[in-house]
Design a protein. Structure first.
Length: 408
């Protein structure tokens, strides 16, 4: 009897405990659901935020690398990085501004699970946004070696319609080089039949007007190709140039387009280019070539009173541009100078790399340039303005390295 009463009492106690546990569970269930909902929400939000950052970074880097971008491209990255465990996430916005670096703004939106049990949830469903912004820039750095260019430019009468285009192209290239803050100097040698100097320190002190100068040397009154090559880097005092006057081989030269010695002042350079005008009707590219070299060599930089730019030996490059053959009166002069080893002396002994840009010239002229350059890739055959710009950019290209910087 007692035993049965005890069993009933124990059973009654267990029932009461079970009821208490059930009641406690029911009471805590909303709290547990809220905790679970908050944990799931933060997991979804964190994943969406991480994926938005990955999408914006990837899109901005791709834009910087290609130097162009579009919202279509950005949205492709948004689709690719769409959070796997947030099935309702959608790319709601993307913006790209390629001019100020490549700025990409991305956003994923999703609806949280069980929003009614979230602590701060409003009534009904609520959109949650995870956003990210990234900016990437392509940064170019120039080789530490300074570079000196001599631009030898045809300004004969045939260039009257082409010169404005040429001037704009050269100005644009100069501005791009200036933006790199590199150690670059330019000289400019305009030529037609002849080349002109004014206020040259190596010339007569009394010279105040523009004067034609002859780059050729003579023996017994006749021009001598071998002597011309030998005298290429000779000091001015050893050359007979003080009494140069136009003759049968030198019928005229420009009174305004004089040699501009090496300068690092790119503003001065652009102003000089803007003032170039065509002159004369004949062409003698060999005169421009000789005087272009004489703006680059160490001896002649001293003649021009040009100071050394740095202790590091600069890379030196000469670019000769023309739109035709040398005039019929002296078409073989350059060929004879090439046979006398002029081009090898310029490149091998003086260390000056030469490029030639022909604008609408014939095959024989291009072949003459190839023979002088010694390499086909240093001779450019331009037939339109787009070609001309591309070839000048290639000929004046500096050694650079590029890197992508993520962030402002």
């Amino acid at each position: 009897m007692t035993s049965r009463l005890g069993q009933r009492a124990e059973f009654s106690g267990l029932s009461k405990q079970r009821g208490a546990i059930s009641l406690t569970f029911v009471m805590l269930l909303p709290v547990l659901l809220a905790v679970m909902s908050v944990a799931v929400f933060f997991s979804m939000y964190t994943q969406a935020l991480v994926r938005a950052a990955q999408a914006s970074d990837a899109a901005s880097i791709a834009c910087a690398y290609q130097q162009q971008g579009s919202n279509t491209m950005a949205r492709k990255y948004l689709d690719y990085y769409r959070p796997m465990f947030v099935p309702d996430a959608v790319p709601t916005s993307s913006q790209m501004d390629a001019q100020n670096g490549c700025h990409v703004s991305t956003q994923y939106s999703f609806e949280p699970l069980m929003p009614e049990v979230l602590p701060a949830a409003a009534e009904g469903k609520k959109q949650v946004h995870a956003s990210s912004d990234s900016t990437s820039r392509l940064v170019a750095s120039v080789s530490s070696q300074p570079t000196e260019f001599s631009l030898v430019l045809d300004i004969s009468g045939s260039m009257v319609k082409k010169l404005p285009q040429l001037k704009q192209i050269i100005t644009d290239v100069i501005e791009d080089i200036n933006s790199l803050n590199s150690q670059v100097r330019f000289s400019i040698v305009p030529f037609q039949t002849g080349v002109t100097v004014k206020d040259a320190p190596w010339y007569s002190k009394s010279l105040t007007k523009a004067k034609c100068v002859d780059g050729l040397s003579y023996t017994a009154g006749r021009w001598d190709p071998e002597k011309t090559v030998d005298d290429l880097d000779s000091p001015a005092a050893t050359l007979s140039m003080h009494d140069v006057t136009p003759g049968p081989w030198l019928d005229r030269c420009s009174e305004t387009a004089t040699i501009l010695p090496l300068t690092a002042d790119l503003s001065q350079l652009k102003s000089y280019v803007a003032g170039l005008k065509t002159s004369g009707s004949s062409t003698a590219s060999y005169q421009g070539l000789i005087w272009g070299v004489r703006t680059l060599t160490e001896k002649w930089q001293q003649e021009w009173l040009v100071e050394e730019q740095s202790a590091v030996k600069p890379a030196q490059r000469l670019v000769l541009f023309t739109d035709g053959k040398d005039s019929p009166r002296y078409p073989e002069f350059l060929n004879e100078l090439i046979e006398a080893d002029l081009c090898n002396v310029i490149q091998q002994e003086l260390g000056i790399e030469m490029s030639f840009i022909g604008f609408g010239v014939d095959d024989s002229r291009l072949e003459q340039f190839r023979e002088c350059a010694g390499r086909d890739d240093l001779v450019y055959d331009a037939n339109n303005t787009a070609d001309l710009e591309a070839y000048f950019r290639s000929a004046l290209q500096l050694e650079t390295s590029t890197r992508i910087v993520l962030g402002k």
